[in-house]
Write a new protein. Structure first.
Length: 313
């Protein structure tokens, strides 16, 4: 009897249950830039990388939390820790913080784009972008684009995006990225931001072929995090008592990011989507390269990256 196999687009149902790969590689001497490092997945990844000896550079919004985390890292690990402040809903702050990092750190070995939000209502950033799209996609796109030359110059280097199975919710509509003409749905808005992330990763990967810089995306697993806590008391109560008890510890996400950032097995692996440490096939709509080229150009314009020579690598 022929063994039943799920359709390719449903492979995420089985990949998520596979054993996880591990790494014990030292990160001593490596400079790791991570966004959204002070809570949840970002916090666990930061702690794990610090334990491996990496020099930690954070781009975060909360100065007090950053101070405490840096102090704890320095006190418990033989490594450096530093932070830069930026509100990811304000692209100019992201730009200024990235420039400051580039001035202070001539070499970035690993870039981890982790910061993100989930919205339940339509809100716009100061730049006029839908909030989830602006924070989750455009901010990380801006950081990556600004650092691209630097990472090529210091190759081998790695870029990791903390994406999500939420990209399967779709929602990306090029003629209505701000949801002005549609009823806003939180999962769809979140999905649109994550699809845009993936589509631009494929485009960046094409630019990086032969440059010894890898760029990959990963789903961090069904784990506890603070994402969505900006949506008010009702959402927070629902998350705390209904959603969070069903989720796993974000430590598994930290270990997975550490594996992707450090493992020799990941050398040369690029342009892929991982469910934690196992490769997975993204949703079909996220693989539309024609649409991806359009969102790539739109993202360049919205972040004003198109005004520079960032991609002449």
């Amino acid at each position: 009897m022929k063994k039943f196999e799920l359709p390719e687009e449903l492979n995420f149902l089985t990949v998520g249950r596979l054993p996880q790969k591990v790494s014990h590689e030292s990160m001593k001497g490596k400079v790791c830039l991570i966004t959204g490092a002070t809570s949840g997945v970002g916090y666990e990844a930061t702690i794990r990388l610090a334990k491996a000896g990496a020099c930690i550079v954070m781009m975060v919004r909360d100065k007090d939390k950053a101070e405490i985390l840096c102090h704890n890292i320095r006190a418990t690990n033989n490594c450096k820790a530093d932070y830069f402040i930026a509100d990811f809903s304000k692209l100019e702050e992201v730009r200024v913080a990235t420039e400051a990092i580039m001035m202070k750190y001539p070499k970035i070995d690993v870039l981890i784009n982790n910061a993100g939000v989930h919205m339940t209502t339509r809100q716009l950033t100061v730049d006029g972008n839908e909030m989830a799209f602006g924070v989750n996609h455009l901010a990380s796109f801006l950081i990556t684009s600004m650092l691209l030359k630097r990472m090529v110059e210091n190759a081998p280097t790695r870029i990791i995006y903390v994406n999500s199975e939420g990209h399967r919710f779709n929602g990306l509509q090029l003629d209505d990225l701000t949801w002005k003409n549609r009823c806003y749905k939180g999962l769809k808005g979140y999905g649109a931001s994550k699809i845009a992330q993936l589509m631009t990763i494929w485009e960046l990967n094409d630019l990086l072929i032969g440059k010894n810089v890898t760029i990959n995306a990963m789903h961090p697993g069904a784990v506890k995090s603070n994402i969505g806590y900006n949506n008010g008391i009702l959402y927070n109560l629902y998350s705390k008592y209904i959603i969070q008890p069903l989720l796993k510890s974000p430590k598994i996400s930290g270990e997975a990011i550490y594996y992707l950032a450090s493992s020799p097995e990941m050398e040369g692996i690029s342009g892929k989507f991982f469910n934690l440490t196992n490769e997975e096939i993204p949703a079909k709509h996220a693989l539309d390269r024609e649409l991806g080229k359009k969102i790539f150009e739109i993202s360049k314009k919205l972040t004003k990256i198109d005004q520079g020579n960032y991609y002449e690598i």
